[in-house]
Design a protein around this ligand. Sequence first.
Ligand code: NAD
Ligand code: UD2
Length: 316
Amino acid sequence: MKRTLVTGGAGFIGSHLVEALVAQGRDVLVFDNFSTGKRENLPDSNRVQVVEGDISDKSHVERLFRKFNFDTVFHLAAVASVAKSVENPEETHRTNFDGTLYLLQESVKHSVVRFIFASSAAVYGDLPELPKKETDPVKPLTPYAVDKFASERYVVNAFELYGLKTTALRFFNVFGPRQDPSSPYSGVISIFVDRVIKSLKGEDAGITIFGDGKQTRDFIFVKDVVKALLLVERSHDAVGGVFNVGTGKATSLLDLLDYLAKIAGRLPPVHFAPPRRGDIKHSVADISALRGLGFSPSFTVEEGLRVLFEWERENG
Ligand code: NAD
Ligand code: UD2
């Protein structure tokens, strides 16, 4: 029996992908060390099997591929926090780089059909050209970004070198249910929505904006990231390529607050603080390459925020 492997499947983005795969009637194997992922993120389905393990444990990865037969590998497991990668480059390198290499090697050896890798817009660094195109120069500034870029090269080159049908996707700022708001370096939307809900519940919560709030990002709703992952899996034209995954639209933090005020009825107190060191003023994706494969986002930022807000109110 063929299964679809989702590394990091218990995490924020991975768990949404697993849900979508199960809805397609596929049998999914989640390989996750539960460092940030949670079992309760996963759907309760007999189509989902979970193996707890670490992608940087080479012999465990080898055993996994010997035991199971995979059609597609969606490789999402990573230390996804840039701050953690700066604090602990060696440990994150083992997951974010070595782990990718082991998975690639085993996928070649066992003739996996498709291999799709979650890279990041962080590879572009602070270069000023906008919107970001896949052909632009890169400037990875942190251990996280360096490992993502190096992994990306190994991933796409594995097609030329070994015939493994690979694709790397550079996710921009993903948001949605199950994103953890608990660290100051969590995604800004997860933090803002958490504070809005807390204040509606009468808790003492405020929003901090670092800078003037006019900085922009390309925020993409997690369901649209899943849509891109599944589209790319089916696309011959995506093989051996690198694609941005965003909406192509820039949204400022002040826009986010306007949307949230409309959705929630009111906002908690908003404080302005100096910009964070190294913060990028603007980031937006050129998604013409992904559009060329047939992609268009289904959710505007405001629509995604509405879904997230309702979800958090019920489950948060
Ligand atoms: P997440 O932390 O929720 O998910 C990562 C998952 O990987 C977790 O379930 C974690 O337990 C697992 N994991 C970590 N180290 C592991 C290891 N050594 N072995 C096995 N499992 C391990 O983060 P996310 O936001 O869902 O990110 C998913 C992927 O998307 C990551 O590769 C991340 O770098 C990438 N990405 C995310 C964003 C974003 O905005 N969230 C942006 C760009 C790229
Ligand atoms: C993303 C990554 C970051 C790094 C960076 C590289 C996430 C969560 N962060 O940062 O790790 O890869 O890209 O470019 O994926 N902000 C506030 N108040 C808050 C929190 C954030 O004003 O409480 C600001 C923050 O200073 C920034 C903007 O919101 O200007 C977006 O912050 P972010 O951390 O969500 O995303 P980003 O793109 O800065």
